[in-house]
Design a protein around this ligand. Structure first.
Ligand SMILES: [Zn+2]
Length: 252
């Protein structure tokens, strides 16, 4: 049984991924990391709804998003914003590769990504999801499976009830503060946009539980873990808002 010394007191009962990651990063196990990244590009409006932005908006805001012409010059995030995004991308890759090495990450099945249309895993290595009717699509940071993998050759068939969606958020330690692990009500109130985001991922994928892991950037590299369960009322609300907004915008 691994021990987590000083970290134990900060990991509430029930945390799944946080103690495994802490144990991995503090163990003597070899870890080679190869990172390929580029300067983050601006995302231009594409007429689709995105889980990171839209599920918590009102119908009116969604209609505005759909009907307003894209800005001539996208919002400039400047040096600080771009460096934050780039470092966040690097930390995502560190954690992703650690989860792969821990054999927690469910591999992408070779084929065409339903979100971006690129060949997987060569050109897109993330789990994508989309729903044409509500014009919503996106990529997940990962799908996790705990315990021994299902028998048989790859691509293995994972039972849906044993799968967890996974989303990693990099954040300043000071913002994380004394946020408690594993308190979904706290998480929903403190970070509603993130709660809606993972509800939308569950609506799109059929997953019914999700782990959100916050990673504080810089000393002391805090981690917080939250588990979010599927809320069918939220899913219905998103669906209705999206369909109504598409209708009002003349896109359905
Ligand atoms: Zn993709």
């Amino acid at each position: 049984m691994p021990t987590f010394d000083h970290v134990t007191k900060y990991a509430a009962a029930g945390c799944l991924v946080k103690p495994l990651l802490v144990n991995f990063f503090t163990s003597g196990e070899a870890f080679r990391l190869k990172i390929e990244t580029a300067k983050p590009l601006d995302r231009v409006p594409d007429g689709w709804f995105h889980a990171s932005t839209h599920p918590g908006l009102t119908e009116g805001q969604l209609v505005t998003y759909l009907t307003n012409p894209p800005p001539d010059k996208p919002e400039d995030f400047g040096y600080i914003g771009r460096m934050s995004v780039m470092l966040g991308t690097i930390m995502h890759e560190v954690t992703r590769q650690a989860l792969v090495q821990l054999k927690l990450m469910v591999p992408v099945v070779p084929g065409i990504c339903p979100a971006c249309g690129l060949a997987q895993p060569r050109l897109c290595r993330e789990h994508g999801a989309s729903d044409l009717e509500t014009r919503s699509r996106g990529h997940l940071d990962g799908i996790l499976h705990f315990g021994p993998p299902p028998p048989g050759p790859p691509p293995r068939v994972f039972a849906p009830e044993n799968l967890w969606g996974f989303d990693l958020k990099t954040i300043k330690n000071v913002i994380l503060g004394k946020a408690p692990d594993m308190d979904e009500a706290f998480f929903k109130e403190r970070w509603p946009t993130y709660w809606w985001q993972v509800q939308e991922y569950m609506r799109l994928t059929g997953l019914r539980k999700f782990i959100v892991l916050f990673q504080g950037i810089g000393n002391p590299w805090d981690l917080r873990e939250y588990h979010v369960t599927f809320d069918p009322v939220a899913a219905y609300e998103i669906e209705c808002k999206y369909l109504n907004a598409l209708q009002h915008a003349g896109l359905s």
